[in-house]
Design a protein. Structure first.
Length: 258
């Protein structure tokens, strides 16, 4: 995709890769960049060829957070009028699997962006943190909500209050990330995982993501009713016929996302 200033994006096979491309500022996120990331993601979400979206950063770090230069002069009214978080809300609407491949620093808004991913693969040595309190503010793009839902209130409060650096091992232990890999293998391992997902029937992955996301907010009974509707819906797909026929005929299924 062309015309972006702060990101690069490519599609290889069924995998789209979006790279944050402001490495000299450690991929600190200015508002235009966030707009570009979500615009690219939405485009890939609609492109039939793309089955998995990978989000990563160029240079030594995934992202050192929101661009402090850009926001230091803000006031409540300018923030309200700007409504910048409307762009962030759009991440929750992406239906395809998003895999974050992170390394170096994953701080503040960069951590919030990572938490918008469905699967997180981190290079060993990656450090996560919410340093916002040390700037006299707090996370505003979902950090207090998403971290608490993943790691629980106890650790979320400790990490958000102190801003301490969380190692990849600790993040893994608390369910914040999926996997740690050697730094030199970060993209290779991520693409391997992305390709594995790309071989699965896309509609199943889509409705599983939709149902799992509901589990985060819904009471069990309502969540199960919701799950059931998605289960029924998949029986309208060609991939359901293909998957079950392939099993009976003892062959590999060929899924088309229809
Ligand atoms: N905003 C703007 N510029 C940033 C930045 C940020 N968040 N993080 C790093 N940079 C810039 C630095 O200013 C520096 O630029 P110059 O070369 O022009 O001086 C360049 O990136 C490289 O950074 P450092 O020289 O500082 O690199 P380092 O390795 O010594 O330190 C670091 C790395 C510990 C990440 C340090 O840069 C740092 O502490 N950055 C700020 C981290 C932070 O507080 N992030 C949270 C921001 S608030 C937020 O995200 C969200 C919100 O919801 C309100």
């Amino acid at each position: 995709m062309n015309g972006f200033e702060f990101i690069e994006s490519t599609v290889t096979g069924n995998i789209a890769v979006i790279e944050l491309n402001r490495p000299r500022q450690l991929n600190s996120l200015n508002r235009k960049m966030v707009g570009e990331i979500i615009t690219a993601m939405e485009t890939f979400d609609r492109e039939e060829i793309v089955r998995t979206i990978v989000l990563t950063g160029k240079g030594r770090s995934f992202s050192a957070g929101a661009d402090i230069d850009e926001m230091r002069g803000d006031d409540p009214i300018s923030l309200e009028l700007l409504n910048q978080f409307a762009d962030w809300d759009r991440f929750s609407l992406i239906k395809k699997p998003i895999i974050g491949a992170v390394k170096g620093f994953v701080l503040g808004g960069g951590f919030e962006l990572a938490l918008c991913c469905d699967i997180l693969i981190a290079a060993s040595g990656t450090e996560f943190s919410f340093p916002e309190a040390s700037l006299g503010v707090m996370p505003g793009a979902g950090g207090t909500q998403r971290l608490t839902k993943l790691a629980g209130r106890t650790k979320a409060l400790e990490w958000l209050w102190t801003g301490e650096r969380i190692s990849a091992e600790t993040a893994l232990k608390h369910g914040v990330i999926n996997k740690i890999v050697a730094p030199e293998l970060l993209m290779e391992e991520t693409l391997k995982f992305a390709n594995r997902l790309a071989e699965q029937p896309p509609l199943s992955l889509r409705l599983i993501k939709d149902s799992v996301n509901k589990a985060v907010d819904y009471p069990l009974y309502e969540g199960m009713q919701y799950e059931r509707k998605n289960f029924y819906l998949l029986f309208a797909s060609q991939d359901q016929k293909e998957g079950m026929n392939a099993f009976i005929e003892k062959r590999r299924p060929d899924f088309h996302g229809k």
